[in-house]
Design a protein around this ligand. Structure first.
Ligand code: NAD
Ligand code: MG
Length: 333
């Protein structure tokens, strides 16, 4: 059953635009990255800032749940601290239940934004944790489950977000379908279409629906991938959708700059998320996940949260048409 937005939500005190919801009540429920920050210097060693391979072999039915992964991904629940960088902003994040979308949603809320998340109905358990984290930050949370492969739903998603948030100025197109196939011969037309609809059509439909609501200063962010420039042999269909994402970021940035709307992308490398354990990677790849990067480990979604904030905030006003990578030293954005 979808979560109803709580209109009577009692907000925590907001001081100077900065929310005080720093330590989420949910923090104990999540695995923390090993404590690597040196108290004396404030330095955090990137080599040991997250779990390293080998990882336990594991598989979940698609789309997978973060809550059932071993180890559980770190989305910044216990660590992200806001400082009012998005005070008063209104954000819609697709795939906001888990992975990079969850990390962005939590960070946005702690930076002072109200946040609507979209996800699939099967992901309700993950989504509930995100909704709780947004509310713990003292912000309005709107849960809008539904399948992005439908143009009618994408339009309804934007309309609902605008209505419930009272406007919209950050749109994060982050949801995606990734399934590994050893051969192009294993990809059916239905599978190919599924990937294209989710990864290419949905952002097209969402941006078209959102544009009339976006005032100058608004930001559109697409999650692309290192796959856009260095595609894996077993991700034939997925990788080309990421090339398309990087490409639309660059063309739309030029088209929308005269309207004062910025468009940027985030290009993750191997990040520990449900997408990888629900058909996105082979068991062999999963066991060694991220081990071939110079940092020797996969990234955690929390390590990308600040990038989404940076691309959305007013201080990033000269940044448009760019793709910001985070890939442990190996991939290219
Ligand atoms: P994730 O599984 O946590 O997030 C993907 C989300 O997509 C799901 O939570 C789901 O809600 C959503 N989704 C998929 N199909 C949908 C549909 N038909 N309708 C509605 N929602 C749908 O995994 P993630 O890795 O955080 O993925 C987020 C983004 O990061 C994706 O764009 C992915 O391509 C990109 N990315 C991930 C990695 C990685 O290694 N994990 C690397 C590069 C890029
Ligand atoms: Mg999910």
């Amino acid at each position: 059953m979808p979560i109803e937005d709580d209109r009577n939500l009692s907000r925590r005190t907001v001081v100077g635009g900065a929310t005080l919801g720093v330590a989420a009540a949910t923090s104990n429920a999540f695995a923390r990255a090993p404590e690597t920050t040196q108290p004396a210097t404030g330095l955090k060693d990137p080599r040991s800032a997250g779990p390293k391979p080998p990882f336990q072999r594991q598989s979940q039915p698609w789309p997978g749940l973060a809550g059932k992964m071993t180890p559980k991904p770190d989305h910044g629940e216990a660590s992200y601290r806001g400082s009012g960088r998005l005070a008063g902003r209104k954000a819609l994040v697709t795939g906001g239940d888990s992975g990079m979308g969850r990390a962005a949603a939590i960070a946005f809320a702690r930076e002072g934004a109200d946040v609507a998340i979209n996800y699939l109905p099967d992901e309700e358990p993950d989504a509930r944790e995100v909704i709780a984290a947004i509310r713990d930050a003292g912000r309005k949370a709107v849960a809008i489950p539904g399948d992005l492969r439908s143009e009618a739903f994408c339009k309804k998603l934007v309309d609902t977000a605008v209505r419930e948030l009272g406007g919209l100025d950050i749109v994060v197109n982050n949801a995606a379908r990734q399934q590994t196939h050893a051969s192009i011969l294993d990809i059916t037309t239905e599978q190919f279409d599924w990937t294209m609809k989710t990864n290419i059509y949905a952002p097209f439909w969402i941006i078209k629906a959102a544009l009339p609501h976006l005032a100058p200063g608004s930001a559109i962010i697409g999650t692309t991938s290192e796959q856009a420039t260095d595609p894996s042999e077993d991700l034939y269909d997925y990788a080309q959708t990421k090339a398309a994402t990087t490409n639309y970021v660059r063309s739309l940035a030029k088209q929308l700059a005269p309207k004062g709307i910025r468009v940027n992308g985030v290009a993750p490398g191997p990040i520990w998320t449900p997408l990888q354990v629900s058909g996105g990677a082979t068991m062999d790849k999963l066991e060694k996940f991220g081990g071939d990067t110079p940092l020797g480990r996969p990234g955690q979604p929390a390590e990308l949260a600040g990038i989404y904030v940076r691309l959305a905030e007013n201080d990033g006003s000269y940044t448009t048409g760019h793709v910001y990578g985070s890939a442990g030293g190996k991939g290219l954005p």
